[in-house]
Design a binder for this molecule. Structure first.
Ligand SMILES: [Zn+2]
Length: 432
């Protein structure tokens, strides 16, 4: 049983409104779990190993709830199209390469190494349709110490030949991966129908059976782009709105047996009122990806409305629609996008604050990972997912309070070589 105690400038959230700050405080970790946060050291910590991070920030780790691992190689290029053209020209071309062992090993090794060094402690990841490449990715992630959901993508229509599976193979390979990776502790499978346009009704039925059999969580895309929504309407005139095409198969927060199904839907930029109400009713999580929505000209998601309705909004990079793996940059852009929504769309929907955005990326996203254990807060019994940040690399003449230092670190993150993460712990284990 390992007992460690970190000393430093601790900053965390008990609610979305305000940071709790302790200058030169102590964060005790017992066997991978948070024991407590303390203002002073006392003799009861004598059997803990002290790690001194004086003058550095100690904050909860960030959770990226939507990222495409195979799109990592082409981050930051080819951003001149909207979603459907961008998928055809870029994403699908790249993802076809993941049948080649040499290629996928090289690409996924780079991805995992970069994710390990980033501010992300947990992530929900899309792979490709390929079984072997997906299993390799899961094995490498397990070695990294990060906690992740990884989905083999399902596609059996409206896709390039090399990315079109037969319905049977798509189901069989998904089940194979679930069985084959049962021994992994920190890496779990998640059902990943790419999005409605690429999945037949038969495939969705098959995925529903797997969900019921293995009690798997689900991730997909929803109402990202107007052309995409029109496409879904033409494919499914019977569906009242887009989310219905997942919901009728028990893949939208609730099974057809009325059991909860952990569901993460990326984007939800253009969700109609009925769709929003169903998300709230079924406890569906939104993976808000502001940088991707900017890059692909998708639109501005009405995040304040979602929060008012009690929808669980989390934050995501959506690499490679999003160009960076930095969740600090995503937090900042979520705030900036909400300001544009308030200014240009609806001036009754006030912009997000920094604590609100940080709370989404930690406590709210943490709820999606509760199948592993509690995470996302500095509370007793929660997993010790922690970032130690050295903001002395950003010198200033100002004497700033701890929460202002964290805010400044988030905004200036791009100015720091390799993101400025000084140390990182996941489940109490120091990754670096
Ligand atoms: Zn995506």
């Amino acid at each position: 049983m390992s007992k460690i105690i970190l000393k430093g400038d601790i900053c965390y959230l008990e609610s979305p409104t305000k940071f709790t700050k302790i200058k030169s405080g102590f964060l005790a970790i017992n066997n991978g779990k948070i024991e407590g946060v303390y203002i002073e050291y006392d003799s009861s910590f004598n059997d803990y190993k002290l790690i001194d991070y004086s003058n550095k920030l100690i904050v909860p780790g960030l959770i990226d709830t939507h990222i495409h691992a195979p799109q990592n190689p082409f981050r930051g290029i080819s951003m001149d199209d909207e979603l459907i053209d961008w998928l055809n020209k870029n994403a699908f071309c790249e993802e076809q390469k993941y049948t080649e062992e040499d290629y996928y090993k090289k690409a996924y090794d780079i991805f995992v190494e970069e994710l390990k060094k980033s501010a992300t402690t947990r992530a929900s990841i899309f792979a490709t349709i390929h079984k072997d490449a997906t299993i390799y990715l899961m094995q490498q992630l397990e070695k990294s110490g990060l906690v992740t959901f990884v989905g083999k993508v399902n596609m059996d229509r409206n896709s390039p030949d090399l990315l079109t599976e037969t319905t049977e193979n798509s189901i069989f390979d998904t089940a194979f991966i679930v069985e084959d990776t049962k021994n992994l502790v920190n890496t779990k499978p998640i059902l990943t129908p790419r999005f409605t346009p690429s999945c037949t009704k038969e495939l969705m039925h098959g995925l529903e059976s797997l969900q019921v059999r293995y009690n798997l969580p689900v991730q997909s895309h929803l109402s990202e782009n107007l052309e995409e929504i029109e496409l879904v309407k033409s494919l499914h005139p019977e569906a009242d709105f887009y989310a219905k095409t997942y919901d009728i198969y028990g893949l939208f927060g609730k099974s057809n047996q009325n059991l909860p199904v952990k569901t993460m839907m990326a984007h939800c930029v253009w969700s109609c009122e009925k769709e929003q109400d169903l998300m709230a009713k079924n406890g569906v999580f939104v993976a808000h990806s502001p940088l991707s929505n900017l890059n692909l000209s998708s639109g501005i998601a009405p995040i304040r409305t979602y929060l008012e309705k009690g929808i669980k909004v989390t934050l995501a990079t959506d690499v490679a629609g999003g160009h960076t793996k930095s969740m600090f940059s995503v937090i900042v852009s979520a705030i900036q996008m909400s300001k544009m929504y308030w200014r240009l769309v609806d001036n009754t929907k006030k912009p997000l604050t920094f604590p609100e955005a940080y709370y989404m990326a930690t406590a709210v996203a943490g709820e999606f990972f509760q199948d592993f254990s509690l995470v996302g807060k500095f509370e007793k019994g929660y997993d010790a997912d922690i970032l130690v940040l050295d903001d002395s690399v950003l010198p200033t003449t100002l004497d700033l309070d701890i929460d202002k230092r964290l805010e400044r670190f988030a905004y200036l993150n791009g100015d720091i070589r390799q993101g400025g993460i000084y140390a990182k712990f996941v489940k109490g284990v120091k990754l670096f």
